[in-house]
Design a protein around this ligand. Structure first.
Ligand code: COA
Length: 190
C-alpha cells in the first residue's frame, strides 16, 4: 500500500513543487497546445483537456498528499512565482505491463528549458519517494524517440531496463508506440 501524506510542498534551491492553483491552468494549457512541448505526445491538448488534467493532478495531491506537482520559481528569481510546468510522481496505470508501481514524470514550459529545472525538481521528487513514501523503486517511461527525456533519466541515475514495450493506448504502428522503461531503486539512489 502506497502511503498518503498531508499535502506536501517540496522546496529546492530555485523551485517550489506545490499544489496547483487556478492561475496555473492558462500556462499549462499553453504548454499543452505547443507543438514543441508536445513533440513526443500523440496529440496537442485542447484547453478543456488540459484543464481536466490539471484538476485531476490537483485532486490527486489533495487525496494522497503527493502527485504531479505544479512547479514554480522561488523568491529571488527574476520571474518569481511563475508557474513553469509539472514534475512529480504518479501511480502507474493498471494497463501498463510493469504495474503496479510509481513513476516519475515531467513537462515544463519551453521558455524554461535547459536551466536544470527539471533535474532539480525531479531530484526532489525522488528524494520524497524514497524517504517520505519509503518506496523501493521508481520507474520512468517515454517514447524511444524522446531522447531529451531519456538523457534526464540517465542524469538522475536511472537505468534503462532494456524492457522496451508498446504503449497500450497507442496503435503498435504509431511512431510513438515503442517505449523505453527506466528504473531506479532506493539502494541505487542512496
Ligand atoms: C524533458 C524536459 C522536462 C527537460 O527539462 P529541462 O528543464 O530543460 O531539463 P534540465 O535543464 O533539467 O536538463 C537535465 C538533463 O536533461 C537532459 N536534457 C534536457 N533537455 C535536453 C535536450 N533537449 N536534449 C538532450 N538532453 C536534454 C540533459 O541530460 C540535461 O543535463 P545537462 O544539462 O547536464 O546536459 C523538457 O524538455 C520538456 O518539458 N519536454 C517536453 C515534455 C516531455 O517530453 N516530457 C516527457 C514525457 S515522458
Amino acid at each position: 500500500m502506497i502511503k498518503h501524506t498531508p499535502i506536501s510542498i517540496l522546496t529546492t534551491e530555485r523551485l517550489i513543487l506545490r499544489q496547483w492553483q487556478a492561475d496555473d491552468f492558462a500556462t499549462f494549457a499553453q504548454m499543452n497546445a505547443d507543438p514543441k512541448v508536445m513533440q513526443y505526445f500523440p496529440k496537442l491538448l485542447s484547453e478543456q483537456t488540459s484543464d481536466f488534467i490539471a484538476h485531476k493532478c490537483r485532486q490527486l495531491i489533495h487525496d494522497k498528499g503527493w502527485g504531479f506537482w505544479a512547479v514554480s520559481l522561488r523568491e529571488g528569481s527574476e520571474n518569481k512565482g511563475n508557474f513553469i510546468g509539472m514534475v512529480g510522481l504518479n501511480e502507474i496505470h493498471a494497463d501498463m505491463p510493469f504495474a503496479p508501481g510509481v513513476e516519475i514524470g515531467w513537462r515544463l514550459h519551453k521558455a524554461y528549458w535547459r536551466n536544470g529545472y527539471a533535474f532539480e525538481a525531479a531530484q526532489a521528487a525522488l528524494k520524497f519517494a524514497f524517504t517520505v513514501l519509503d518506496l523501493d523503486e521508481i520507474v520512468a517511461f517515454t517514447a524511444v524517440i524522446n531522447k531529451p527525456s531519456q538523457q534526464l533519466m540517465q542524469r538522475l541515475g536511472m537505468r534503462n531496463t532494456q524492457q522496451d514495450f508498446n504503449h497500450p493506448m497507442l496503435n503498435p504502428h504509431h511512431a510513438l508506440a515503442k517505449h523505453v522503461l527506466y528504473k531506479i531503486s532506493k539502494d541505487d539512489w542512496r
